[in-house]
Design a protein around this ligand. Structure first.
Ligand code: ADP
Length: 983
């Protein structure tokens, strides 16, 4: 080949196109494919038609890949671009596929050094590239494997570690769960105990034979009110929830609401003793007497939220006149019997005067060890603890101190006891309002606090473990978180449980508190043997025992019960589970070594376990011996009276003046001529009294009812069936009911027919004899006067004197006989008044002058201020005056003065005769105007008389529409007076 031969462009292109290397030439800025050999066209996956097209039109799939930019850059800069293993994605046989290329874009320049076309050569290196790639990957994998193995080993180690930790965690969790379960059991147990205790207390309160109630807020809204209270009020459940004023409006003018509000507003507890309470019962206001206690009821913070009232009715006791014990004794009893730990410290020296059983328990001391001693001497360990200062503060301020959950150390024989307690110190004031002593109440909450502390500790432990685990491993952290969540749940449960416990404890405390003041006997006996678990002071008192019986079976504790019905009854309650109620049951119990009758109202209440089996029995009792004995005495007396009345053949009646209920005995019916078994009304009875007596009888009854004076009457009746006339003496009186109000009129009727007949015969006889005696006496008097005149004339002084005495005696005798005659006339209705107008003052003067003629032993003074004109029987009024004057002389010692006064009072004339004599005792005054009534005394025995003078006076004055009466003081003198209507 000739070296000088220059190839034309076409020739060059031809040669190029034969090259096995893919080659192409692009010209101008448009990158027109000037030429491309078959290898290049195959590589592109196109055909020869691409020659002459723009590069980007010919191979459109290259748009977005780097090549067009690279080509333009080469053309612009003239710098050749070379690359290996470059991927290019081309459409070959209709499919897009990526292959790898080594290629060169070489710039071909003209003489001026300007690039005018690009020579593109390329080699498909896809296979090599992929092989290389596979190799590289294989290498990488082997390296990775090595690394992985190392890692695995490391992981295994970690895993083992984690497993260990995990196990630990698991253990911790198990422990926690165990602890929790234990806690839960304990809480459940405590809850059960509290629930049981609460229900016991609730039962006790609801069934207590005394009234117990809780009143909330200033308005005293009725909250928990037991049946006894409702019964006492005569109300039903519907009043619960109402304020007291609305529920019991009758209390409005009574002091109780104020007293309760006083206690509510911070005042001290109030003890009412035999307080008189008026309650609306069965439609009327009834008065009763009650012992009661008003106690503030407080919440956890010590704020008073209500008042607890415990009341028991003592109306019977009060009515029977029994005195209730002093209030100190009650306070003592209250403290001693309460199940709350209580003690009283007196004075700033804090002398322990009272401490109840439960307090002694907490202190681990016996009563002898502490009573009468100073608190700080008993418990020197308290010095340095906060209590002595708090107690002195109560003395200084008079304010209550209460603290929750405080730790106390108490030295006991077994070492120091650490306790957690809630306590309060309440000041007790004397009359002057100074703090005299302090009531300390303590609630032992050690168990509760310990349980809570354990819970807190376990929570802390758990938290520490959790932190460790979180650091160690995320997976473990997750586990831990789970555990934590579980724990949280558990502690939430705990809190819930704690809350329940608190609520229950509060409720239980509240109930305990209520019982504390109840003046009732309460005991708890467990098992079929009835082991006495608890017994408050009242029970021990009733049994006549001390607390040494605690823990013994009832049979051994109170041996005198053997042979009485109680042990059998209790056993029945235990076996059947049915409560037993006893009302006024008599028990023989040893009191100070002697068997005595004790009466009580009580309930045996069975307490059951979850299976419904009785486990113990609560005894709640109210000792009512005094009431029962008092009532029995009354009943016995009544019985005796009834026997006596029946034996004496006396009729009795009862008339309720409000309801007009009329009850009469069979004997009374017979007295009125009815049959013993027929029903007879008040009207029927009255209609058997003859008309001329009937009004008098009915008026006397009406008068007795209106004035409350005794009713006493003698009157005939004509028998209903037999038409027989009988004389009856009726006696009656107005009697009070239980509230003290005079409400019924009752009494008895005695058949006096025979006496009456005797009397009438006697009267007739006396009348006849008196009448017969009058004639001889008149002539005797005349002769005596005649002889007297003669003797005077003959100056026979002795005879004149003797005959004057005869005259006086005859006068006395005729007065007496006149008296008898008058009585007999009066009785037979044959006394007549012959009335005239005359001056009463003149008559008085005359009668005094007459009397003065015969006696010289007394002086008589008359004061008569004005003339008194009356229309009356002058003789009979004269005899009244003479009677009063002669009595005044008869019943007062010689030398005494007698004062007579007459005056007008309104439209009546009043005459009074006052003496300075022996006077008349109050109980005789009422009967002094009765026929034949004489005061019986050593003194009057020696004074002659028949007891008919005043009877006649009264009859005469009454028949003149006047009144007669006496005012007298035994030993000082009497004033007899009578009135007559003025003209
Ligand atoms: P007698 O005939 O007994 O005096 P009276 O009917 O006059 O009967 O009096 C009844 C009783 O009243 C007397 O027995 C007496 O005990 C008492 N009595 C009457 N007047 C007086 C008086 N002035 N002072 C004291 N007692 C009197």
């Amino acid at each position: 080949m000739n070296n000088d031969h220059r190839f034309s462009s076409d020739e060059l292109l031809k040669i190029l196109s034969l090259s096995p290397n893919a080659t192409a030439i692009y010209t101008t800025n448009q990158l027109i494919i000037q030429t491309a050999n078959d290898a290049m066209i195959a590589l592109w996956g196109k055909d020869r038609s691409v020659i002459g097209q723009r590069f980007e039109d010919a191979i459109p799939e290259l748009k977005g890949q780097q090549f067009i930019g690279l080509l333009q850059n080469v053309l612009k800069t003239g710098r050749t671009y070379q690359a290996t293993d470059t991927p290019a994605t081309l459409r070959v046989k209709g499919k897009l596929q990526t292959s790898y290329f080594d290629f060169i874009y070489r710039a071909i320049k003209n003489e001026n050094g300007e690039p005018y076309c690009i020579l593109h050569t390329a080699t498909d290196v896809t296979e090599r590239y992929l092989n290389q790639q596979t190799l590289a990957n294989a290498h990488k994998t082997s390296e990775a494997l090595t690394r992985e193995q190392a890692l695995n080993e490391e992981l295994a180690a970690t895993n083992e570690e984690l497993n260990a930790i995990n196990e630990e965690l698991k253990n911790a969790q198990d422990k926690l769960q165990l602890l929790n379960a234990e806690l839960e059991t304990r809480v459940t147990e405590r809850t059960r105990a509290l629930t049981q205790s609460e229900s016991n207390f609730k039962n006790m309160i609801l069934q207590a034979p005394v009234a117990i109630g809780l009143f909330n807020g200033h308005d005293m809204v009725l909250d928990m009110i037991n049946d006894k209270f409702l019964e006492l009020w005569n109300r039903d459940q519907s009043i619960i929830g109402q304020p007291l004023e609305l529920a019991l409006p009758e209390l409005k003018d009574q002091p109780f609401l104020k007293i309760m509000q006083g206690v509510y507003n911070g005042g001290p507890s109030y003890f009412g003793n035999e307080a008189e309470v008026k309650l609306q019962r069965k439609g009327k206001l009834e008065t009763g007497f009650y012992n009661f206690v008003n106690h503030p009821f407080k919440d956890d913070q010590g704020n008073t939220t209500g008042i607890i009232v415990v009341a028991s009715e003592v109306t019977d006791q009060v009515n029977a006149g029994n005195k209730v014990k002093a209030s100190e004794q009650r306070l003592h009893n209250m403290v001693m019997s309460t199940p709350i730990n209580m003690a009283i410290f007196e004075g700033r020296d804090l002398i322990v005067t009272i401490a109840n059983l439960s307090m002694l328990n907490i202190w681990s001391r016996t009563a002898e060890q502490i009573l009468g001693k100073k608190l700080l001497e008993i418990f020197p360990e308290l010095i340095g603890q906060p209590f002595p200062k708090l107690l002195q503060d109560v003395f200084d301020t008079g304010k209550r101190v209460a603290i929750s959950e405080i730790e106390v150390d108490i030295a006991t024989a077994e070492g120091t006891k650490h306790l957690f307690v809630n306590f309060s110190y309440d000041p007790l004031f004397n009359q002057a309002g100074e703090v005299e002593s302090i009531l300390a109440s303590v609630v032992d909450i050690t168990d509760m606090v310990n349980a809570r502390k354990q819970l807190e500790e376990s929570e802390a432990e758990q938290l520490a473990l959790n932190e460790e685990i979180t650091a160690a491993n995320e997976e473990m952290a997750a586990t831990n978180e789970e555990l934590y969540a579980t724990n949280e749940e558990l502690s939430e449960t705990q809190l819930d449980l704690q809350d329940t416990i608190n609520k229950l404890a509060e409720s239980e405390g509240r109930l305990r508190y209520m019982l504390a003041d109840a003046p009732i006997a309460i005991a708890l006996m467990t098992g079929r043997d009835l082991v006495v678990e608890a017994a408050n002071k009242m029970v021990l008192q009733a049994w006549g025992k001390d607390d040494s019986i605690l823990g013994k079976p009832l049979k051994a504790a109170v041996p005198e019960l053997a042979g009485q019905e109680f042990l059998t009854l209790l056993d029945e309650v235990f076996v059947t589970g049915v409560p037993y109620y006893g009302n006024e049951v008599k028990a023989l119990l040893e009191q100070n070594g002697v068997l005595e009758e004790v009466y009580s109202n009580f309930v045996y209440h069975p307490l059951k376990n979850d299976d419904g089996q009785t486990v113990s029995i609560v005894l709640v009792a109210n000792v009512v011996t005094e009431q029962v004995v008092a009532r029995k005495k009354v009943e016995e007396a009544e019985e005796k009276t009834r026997f006596a009345i029946e034996a004496a053949n006396v009729g009795t009646w009862f008339l309720n003046i409000e309801t007009h209920e009329f009850v009469i005995s069979p004997r009374l019916k017979e007295q009125f001529g009815y049959y013993a078994n027929e029903d007879v009304s008040y009207e029927q009875v009255s209609s058997q009294i003859p008309e001329d007596y009937r009004d008098k009888v009915l008026n006397a009854i009406a008068d007795a009812i209106a004035t409350g004076r005794d009713y006493s009457m003698e009157h005939p009746v004509v028998g209903f069936h037999d038409q027989k006339t009988r004389w009856l003496r009726a006696l009656g009186k107005l009697y009070p009911d239980a509230t003290g109000k005079l409400s019924h009129f009752s009494g008895l009727i005695i058949d006096i027919t025979e006496q009456k007949q005797d009397e009438m015969r006697k009267n007739d006889f006396i009348g006849m004899v008196s009448h017969e005696l009058k004639t001889p006496l008149t002539s005797l008097s005349a002769y005596a006067q005649m002889l007297h005149a003669r003797a005077q004339k003959a100056e026979d002084n002795f005879s004149a004197g003797a005959l004057e005495k005869v005259n006086t005696q005859v006068k006395k005798m005729s007065t007496m006989i006149n008296g008898f005659l008058n009585v007999s006339r009066l009785e037979s209705g044959k006394i007549f008044l012959s009335k005239h107008d005359f001056a009463l003052d003149d008559l008085v003067q005359e009668m005094i002058a007459d009397t003065m003629l015969t006696i010289a032993s007394h002086t008589i003074t008359l004061t008569c201020a004005e003339p008194l004109a009356v229309h009356a029987d002058r003789d009979k009024i004269g005899s009244v005056l003479s009677n009063l004057l002669s009595n005044a002389i008869k019943y007062s010692p010689r030398g005494k003065n007698i004062t007579v006064e007459c005056k007008a009072e309104g439209n009546m004339a009043l005459v009074s005769v006052t003496d300075e004599g022996m006077g008349i005792k109050a109980h005789d005054i009422d009967r002094i105007f009765d026929r034949y009534y004489r005061v019986e005394s050593n003194h009057t025995q020696t004074i002659s008389g028949f007891g008919i003078g005043l009877y006649l006076c009264a009859e005469i004055v009454q028949r003149h529409d006047g009144q007669i009466g006496v005012e007298s003081q035994s030993g000082k003198g009497s004033t007899f007076y009578f009135t007559l209507p003025l003209n």
